[in-house]
Design a binder for this molecule. Structure first.
Ligand code: BTN
Length: 331
């Protein structure tokens, strides 16, 4: 374990009480100056809220928002999701790590969570901005309930689980933008990247990795300028005292129920009720083809129903949709 990680583990274990620099130095086998340096690194690189007191030493406040395996486990009510849980301070991408674990035979329900991602990935080859300790980044490995064509609807289940968790914990009426964005007041709070691997021999799906990134405390000041006006965070939307461990457990609890009821389209009513595109004029891309029309609803299998100006009804199974500039400017 690296020095800063060992220090973090001790401070987490004693959260709410001060640990003197001398005792920490002894436990870690380093000098007090090195302890101070590691504290600074944790503060600046990992956003860990460490308080210091000249006489008492260092302390992580009891109510600090820490992503901790035990805190997640305490709140889990799942049968399988999260039974195996990996926590990293920083990884390239939790989806990438989770896919590696899947290739090595990891079990259905394995979860990889991280405080930050150095190469967070979004849909369509985009990057997902994932600064340390300001968001919740995790991936779930699914091996069961993957009968095609239902597999595509797993993303819808995840979106419903996230939106419902946010509403239950913070009373924020989150909406869903087809297919996989969770929004509040038209700004993105969460993105979902679902990836799958097929077995070439029998053509069956081998596994799916569902990666979920929730913006927790980014603000317009801390976000890259290209995200301004498009992306928001829970705290910027008024949610107080977000605890990422609690939020993760709440999402997993709900996600498992959604997946289990997927064959009966259990997600559908909640998904339709939260769909922010229904009735809106949009621009959609089907491959390279650009379409314009009004969204008439969500089909049973989660596809987007689009009424083109010609009167033709288009069923979009996948693709990208944005609000038409005229529809957006009405807001
Ligand atoms: C999107 O909005 O385009 C999807 C974003 C998905 C981000 C999550 S964060 C956890 C997981 N790891 C990744 O690299 N991506 C997903």
């Amino acid at each position: 374990m690296k020095r800063k990680e060992a220090l973090y583990a001790i401070l987490v274990e004693h959260a709410g009480t001060y640990c003197s620099g001398e005792v920490l130095a002894q436990q870690l086998g380093i000098s007090r100056a090195a302890v101070w340096k590691a504290v600074q690194t944790l503060r600046t690189e990992s956003n860990v809220p460490i308080q210091s007191h000249a006489k008492l030493g260092y302390c992580i406040p009891k109510d600090a928002d820490l992503l901790l395996e035990n805190a997640v486990r305490q709140r889990l009510q799942t049968k399988q999701l999260g039974n195996v849980l990996y926590h990293h301070t920083t990884v390239s991408s939790t989806n990438t790590v989770c896919k590696q674990l899947a290739a090595e035979g990891a079990a259905h329900g394995t979860v990889v969570m991280a405080d930050g991602q150095s190469a967070g990935r979004g849909r369509m080859g985009r990057t997902f901005y994932s600064p340390v300790n300001t968001g919740l980044y995790f991936s779930v490995l699914l091996r069961e309930h993957l009968v095609m064509p239902m597999a595509q609807q797993v993303t819808c289940c995840a979106a419903v689980a996230v939106a419902e968790a946010i509403e239950a914990l913070y009373q924020l009426p989150a909406q869903i933008k087809w297919v996989n964005d969770v929004l509040y007041q038209k700004k993105k709070l969460c993105g979902i990247l679902t990836e799958a691997a097929w077995n070439c021999e029998d053509g069956q799906m081998d596994y799916m990795v569902v990666g979920i990134g929730v913006n927790v405390r980014q603000t317009a000041v801390t976000m890259p300028s290209e995200l301004h006006g498009i992306v928001s965070s829970l705290e910027e939307s008024g949610c107080k005292q977000v605890n990422r461990s609690e939020l993760l457990a709440e999402i997993l609890n709900r996600f498992e129920v959604q997946i289990e009821t997927l064959p009966q389209h259990g997600f559908l009513e909640a998904y339709r009720n939260r769909s922010c595109l229904t009735g809106e004029r949009v621009i959609a891309w089907r491959g390279m083809e650009q379409l314009e029309g009004v969204v008439s609803g969500i089909a049973e299998d989660g596809a987007l129903l689009l009424q083109l100006d010609s009167g033709e009804q288009v069923v979009l199974q996948s693709g990208e949709v944005t609000l038409h500039p005229q529809a957006a400017s009405r807001r």
